[in-house]
Design a protein around this ligand. Structure first.
Ligand code: SAM
Length: 206
């Protein structure tokens, strides 16, 4: 489990080199998720834990996007990228936790969370908040790494788990725990790269 303060501190440290460390490695999964989700004109989209905005180039130009993050340093980079991509007028960025959002119920057509679920403090609150702000027929699109239930990589993830706070993410992150704790109603789930470690998950309100 990672506290909010630990996440803030970790991503303050990552911000200058995040794109180098996690850009190309995860970019195919980002592109795939956004292209699959952002297939309708004029959607009102919430991207949670938008980070440095590596997903922004894949949105349609008619999107209306709100990006939130708990790290001011990551968010500043997302704002700069939105300007470079010509999306500045269509994007707003807010320093806000996914676990306590200031948006009204049913505010968004699409809620996106890329590599965020394993960084939050309380998966129950995360799932409840995502469901609350997504409109009834809206869609929720997540990508994350998930640990295998057993084997060498599961043992390694468990060992690394003690460093979760300083890593800024929970290495041991099994899919069944994510599903049970978020309470999200999963409608589709598919491998999304890194030798089956990443999954693209589509969900509706729980
Ligand atoms: C692994 S990064 C992923 C960033 C981006 N989505 C990407 O694809 O590269 C996780 C991001 O989630 C943010 N984060 C962590 N906990 C959060 C929370 N409770 N609410 C909102 N953002 C959070 C971190 O600050 C960081 O920018």
């Amino acid at each position: 489990m990672i506290t909010l303060a630990e996440a803030r501190e970790a991503y303050r440290g990552y911000a200058p080199t995040y794109d180098l460390l996690f850009g190309p490695l995860l970019q195919r999964a980002r592109r795939r998720a956004i292209r699959a989700a952002n297939d309708r004109p004029g959607q009102r989209v919430l991207e949670i834990g938008v980070g440095t905005g590596l997903s922004l180039p894949y949105y349609r130009p008619d999107v209306r996007l709100v990006g939130i993050d708990v790290s001011a340093e990551m968010l500043a980079k997302a704002e700069a990228r939105a300007r470079r991509c010509g999306l500045a007028e269509r994007c707003q960025f807010q320093l806000m936790s996914a676990e306590a959002m200031a948006f009204a119920d049913d505010s968004f057509d699409l809620v996106v969370a890329l590599f965020v679920a394993s960084t939050v403090q309380d998966l129950g609150r995360f799932g409840a908040e995502i469901g609350r702000v997504c409109r009834p027929q809206g869609r929720i699109m997540l990508v994350n790494h998930f640990s295998t239930p057993a084997g060498l990589s599961a043992r390694l993830d468990r060992q690394l788990s003690r460093f979760a706070g300083s890593l800024g993410f929970e290495p041991y992150f099994p899919l069944d725990r994510f599903l049970a704790e978020t309470g999200l109603r999963v409608t589709a789930s598919a491998p999304a790269g890194l030798f089956g470690r990443l999954r693209l998950i589509e969900a509706g309100k729980g």
